[in-house]
Design a protein. Sequence first.
Length: 365
Amino acid sequence: MTASSSIPVAARRRRRVLGWFGAERSATGAEPGPTRAGDVGAQRSALRRRLFDDIGTLIFSHHLTPSPLTYGVLHAYVSGEDPRTGAAVAERLRTGAGLSDAGVTQIAAAQDAEETAALSRIADALEARIGDCLAAVGESCDHAETFGSALHAEAEQLRRDPQATLTRVITLTEAAVAASRLVEGQLHRAREEAESLRRDLHSARRAAERDHLTGLLNRRCFEQKLHGIEQAGQRAAVALIDIDDFKQVNDRFGHAAGDRVLKFVAGFLRAQLQRKVVVARYGGEEFALLFEDMTPGEAVEALDDVRERLSVRSLIHQDSGQTIGHITFSAGVAAAEGGDALSAADLALYAAKNGGKNRVVRAGA
């Protein structure tokens, strides 16, 4: 099951929120006026209440224990922040199996196990290879010590019987060389296996940092990078992007088409922005960007240019040939400082939504 098809509750929540933003326009036929910070804050509070209400509805309708574990699993499903967990919940609901305390625990355990199993296997294998290397090195040391002792003993016999001593030394040397080659082969094989495991470990780490649909960094990895920038006090700007009216794509063309749109937008952002701009999928149809060594003003200019170029593209449904049409996004940009950059960018994003969509808004502007 794809990520976008596993979060219907989140899609409904998004529709309600965007409905609030469009209410004034539909009533008056005109664009709404400038957004005040207090209004946006109230809207964000309302959104959080809706999220809490949706989770609560699931808990009580399925008679679940309102534990932190239950809340965490259902939050992943409703918010769309963890597509794999969301897909597992959605599968139970789709098949009619329903949710239970035992089922929720099983989902959480399965997801934890999936994340750790690969790393555990690699760690066990690496430990075994390290043991092989240590054993080979120990064997080599034993051979060297034995060879050294034998040479010392033969040195004492050299004057009395040089010919016989030389023969024995040659034999000892040949045996030492053979043992050395054996150990060398063991170390070579262990090194090759360790290199293979290191590549596996790199792949596992990469998979843990990447969104499985778009190939971009995931939310957790992005927030780690942002935290590092903030801790170092480096100049940077952060942006949150939301695809406008994305639910309409899913409703009209299906979730498979929605997934392709997400991958297209992800690739477009990555291709159009500089390499030093970190692009991540933040959840659902939202993306997060980190503009390293750039001011918010420079980030707004760069992102607005990308927005304009995207807005003139018209997409076609690959399966049916239908025209999906133009895809636009709204974005909020803030300085990456003070530890609340994402919150500030989030408020600016919803100001962009409330201001008519298809625009980039700078926090505090």
